[in-house]
Ligand binder design. Structure first.
Ligand code: FES
Length: 116
């Protein structure tokens, strides 16, 4: 039995690599990618530097911030900032610079947090 789309987290597909991961509303697309061991370009993580800029091929997003660093024309063309964008529907994104995050071979140190 398949879960109806309205009861599951949106799925984000990253092209041209074919990565796919769940993107619940509690996470930005950038955070959801990191949890799935996919690294997207990023720097400020607050919607201002535009390092994470990528294009939506299909689907819809909303934003955590009122004024993400995009012009109206860029939004209309499908450009998004995944560091502050939330997947509203299943998405297909073009992000050629996405890459897998290799798991560390070193054992985690006691008391340290793991960052992506
Ligand atoms: S990481 Fe700076 S705008 Fe997304």
């Amino acid at each position: 039995m398949t879960t109806p789309p309205e009861l599951r987290a949106p799925v984000v597909h990253i092209e041209p690599h074919g990565y796919a991961f769940d993107a619940p509303a509690s996470l930005s697309i950038l955070e959801a990618a990191a949890f799935a061991h996919v690294r997207l370009p990023r720097s400020c993580r607050n919607g201002t530097c535009r390092t994470c800029l990528c294009k939506v091929v299909a689907g819809r997003v909303s934003y955590r911030v009122e004024w993400p660093g995009l012009s109206r024309e860029e939004k209309d063309e499908g450009w998004i900032l995944p560091c502050v964008a939330i997947a509203e529907t299943d998405l297909v994104l073009t992000a050629p610079e996405a890459e897998p995050i290799e798991p560390s071979s070193a054992p985690p140190r006691s008391g340290s947090a793991r960052r992506f």
